[in-house]
Design a protein around this ligand. Sequence first.
Ligand SMILES: [Zn+2]
Length: 438
Amino acid sequence: MRSSYRGAVILSLVGIAVGGSVLSCVSFMAQPFPAQGDNGEVLPFDHSVTIARHAAQSLSEMQVDNTFAIAGGLLYSVEDECPDVYCPATLTRVGDITTFNTGDNIVTNDAQLNAIFTVDGDFKVVSFMVGVCGASSGDSSAVVIGCASTGGSVVIAYDAPPDVWAHEWGHVQGLSHRNDCARNIMHAYELETNAVNETERNAFLTPTPGSTFRQISAEPLFTEEALMGPVSGETAQECVTRCVARRYLSGIPADALTDMDTTARVDALLDVLATAPPAQACANIFRLLGIAGEARACTAIMDHLASFDGELTTDEFAAYAEGLLALGRLAMADDTGEALGFLTAGALGNDASTATLKLRTDTGATSPAGAALSRIAVMALGMSQHPDAIAFLEAMQADAATSKARDPWMASQVEEALARANGSFTRTRATQGLEIQP
Ligand SMILES: [Zn+2]
């Protein structure tokens, strides 16, 4: 639930420690209020946070400490591309990194994500996340690199850049998204950010609110940006190349490039795909091809996925995941039935080469990826809403014993895919009571 309060935000916070003293009762508070020095300047505030990582992930304490040092520097620095204020907030790791075995290192459904949120620790580190954290519709399902619960904690991909760690902590502190400038730390999808406004600074410079906290609406809350499209003198192919080269917080925006005619957009995306771009670009291209809805893209996507072999980097795994989701989006329009066939084979793990794929992260950890790819294929089948896909998923659901023997998380994957397909997923999620967003 996103609060749309302007002005006074009612905080039922009792006993907030500010600058060492305790305010016994705060009933109404317009904004968080940072401690101030003698000259009215805001005083630094350090958040001591604990880190837990999935046992299959090998992020080191040194890497976390480096990330936090850079994140603090981004908050502190004042730059001129976007309105920005000085924010002396820091994140400091306390204690050793602990490990957990809850959920999975490759998170593909909300049951896993919710399980990981219950693990003790302010930041929970995994290798990969896709289709989770607020994704209730087909368009919003994407690779995500961070997910936060307001007043709670963060689940984050090991390779999320420092500004994403700060962004997610901003959500924990109660902040919502602000898209009025591309370098805002609280931007909904941009990376390489470092700007905060005064409201956000105040939230970063105060203790973490309790679970009754409501989201702070910094004004202006949300300003729509122009759709990404060709800049002057740029060809369609150059425009696509530029937009897909970047990484995004939760997938390239679904409306990216939609000011280009659909046929021209699909042509340009396929042209760029044919130049064998880096895996990160392929992930973005697959996502936009799926959203464009033209089934002629299926063959190129399937050929690309079939070429993967052995150990995949995180970017290659992201491309594989987005490719499967794109086939799900296209399956209904694909008269040949090949996209559906590709996904059902993937869901069953029938393809021997797919079953042996592994995810190799930059930290050196390697995880078997076949089971996770089967779950992502199930997610894609649900997104297709194709009657044959629904019948297939219902048969999998009926045969839960078999799927559970192969993968303990398959049953919840099938359940969520069916809930998405029949439109009841948002209701299912609401009962779990977590207010989360990427
Ligand atoms: Zn966010």
